[in-house]
Design a binder for this molecule. Structure first.
Ligand code: URA
Length: 266
């Protein structure tokens, strides 16, 4: 790995504490229980050492039109995978949230499965939905320019994905239940790729990764940490298309990333 954990700047960054880890686990468990409850599955089954009779999940539709079988078959398989291909396969023809109704393709992610650098955006737009690949529209072209012309890398050298994998209607922000359904897969992607650096693109992705409500204008340009991985928050390329004067700020952020990848940050 090019990036080293040395130098004053990195030494100042704290690893997540046990309390942080516990809080993250509690949040994940809470969301899981809420999802089960919304799907009409109630809370966790009571542990029972020797059930008299095997109770099988039914394929009777629940309140959301899904079935217990769907629910039980979903995340546990996906979250035990060890490669991106297996994770994508385990996600399958996902029906875990309402975004499935309007999508053309699930936009999983693209790039080097062992990339040192990962970009995380919000969710697919129209072009991405049609092509099944993240950041291929106008904003995507700008991101590609940042990677190729700005950083001197190829798109294939990095890994690119989004918080949610299906296009929200009219490109609205993903809703909390949609993020809750999809976030475990983003976490798993990060866990599998294990990049040295994540660049969070825009308010939505950054606030999701940082579990923060602080405005992106305040967060950008300062190193943060995502479970021990260096996280650089910056503006979204779509925002830059509307506000080209802020491109210079993104370039400042990207220069910090380049320095960090070269091991030059002090
Ligand atoms: N905007 C995003 O956040 N992601 C994409 O993939 C495309 C546009």
């Amino acid at each position: 790995r090019v990036v080293r954990s040395g130098g004053e700047r990195i030494a100042l960054m704290s690893e997540p504490s046990d309390a942080d880890e516990l809080a993250a686990l509690t949040t994940t468990l809470k969301r899981h229980l809420q999802r089960r409850q919304r799907a009409g599955l109630g809370y966790l089954p009571k542990a029972s050492p020797a059930p008299a009779k095997t109770v099988r999940p039914t394929d009777k539709p629940n309140v959301l039109g899904g079935t217990e079988l769907d629910m039980l078959a979903d995340n546990s398989a996906a979250l035990q995978t060890e490669s991106l291909d297996d994770l994508r396969a385990a996600i399958g023809d996902c029906q875990r949230c309402k975004l499935c109704a309007g999508r053309t393709h699930i936009v999983f992610g693209v790039g080097d499965p062992h990339a040192k650098l990962m970009f995380v955006g919000e969710g697919p737009g129209r072009d991405e939905d049609l092509q099944g690949e993240p950041f291929v529209g106008r904003a995507g072209q700008l991101l590609t320019d940042i990677i190729t012309k700005g950083m001197g890398l190829k798109r294939e050298d990095v890994y690119i994905c989004n918080v949610v994998k299906c296009r929200p209607p009219e490109n609205r922000n993903p809703e909390p239940d949609e993020v809750a359904a999809c976030e475990p897969f983003l976490k798993k992607q990060i866990d599998i790729v294990r990049p040295d650096i994540i660049v969070g693109l825009g308010k939505f992705a950054v606030q999701t990764l940082m579990s923060s409500k602080v405005p992106i204008g305040k967060l950008r340009g300062t190193w943060a940490s995502y479970h021990g991985i260096k996280l650089m928050p910056t503006f979204h390329p779509a925002y830059l298309l509307r506000n080209p004067a802020d491109k210079k700020l993104v370039w400042e952020d990207i220069k910090l990333v380049i320095k960090e990848m070269r091991g030059e940050n002090t």
